[in-house]
Design a protein. Structure first.
Length: 210
């Protein structure tokens, strides 16, 4: 599917507006959609790791990390999502923050969990964000990335946001792996899996190591 060229600034605002409009309904829609790779990723982390949950939404995965004994910092751009996260997983620390503006000190985290987040960025922004992740991770730290497989980018209606339009950038596994390696990561695991939200979509899921 060829997607029309759009104004990214407007598209990004539209994406955030879609999340804000749905609020707790979106949190409910994804409540049971933690991918199985979460447990593989968690087992690879050292005990009592410090984890950055990028786009933590309502704290679904933050809560799981905390239950496994990890310390979690969650960031998101939707205020209501963070308020829900504070109730769902109160032991975490939560901040309104754009991943592109994340400014944590070098080697702050043992793990970074970025599930279905980078697909909302422009393709040309990905390299800088991956370099930022690499700097924020400690030596041997782990990064998880989940994105949609495909070609192009654009505003697309989506089942999980009740057909509200969101901006997506699509990737191939080869492109994403190459970008990770260019940022200094080594690929530990890479898979293409059918979306667990039962959409007709393939998801690329990668675990990479600093």
């Amino acid at each position: 599917m060829k997607l029309p060229r759009i104004n990214y600034k407007n598209a990004s605002q539209k994406t955030i507006s879609a999340y804000r409009k749905l609020g707790s309904k979106y949190v409910d829609n994804i409540a049971d959609l933690t991918p199985e790779i979460f447990y593989k990723f968690e087992k690879l982390l050292p005990r009592k790791s410090k984890v950055l949950d990028v786009g933590c939404t309502g704290g679904r995965d933050s809560k799981k990390f905390i239950e496994f004994g990890h310390t979690v910092t969650g960031i998101d751009l939707v205020e209501e999502f963070l308020e829900i996260a504070k109730k769902v997983a109160p032991a975490g620390e939560y901040k309104i923050m754009d991943v592109r503006d994340a400014n944590y000190p070098n080697e702050s985290f043992d793990g970074i969990w970025a599930s279905m987040i980078l697909l909302h960025l422009k393709r040309e922004e990905i390299a800088d964000v991956l370099i930022k992740f690499h700097k924020m991770l400690r030596k041997g730290g782990l990064l998880f990335i989940g994105v949609k497989k495909g070609v192009g980018e654009g505003l697309v209606p989506d089942k999980l946001t009740e057909n509200e339009f969101r901006y997506f950038t699509y990737f191939s596994s080869e492109e994403l792996e190459e970008r990770l390696q260019e940022a200094g990561f080594s690929i530990q695991f890479s898979a293409e899996e059918l979306d667990n939200a039962k959409r007709n979509q393939t998801i690329i899921r990668i675990i990479a190591k600093k």
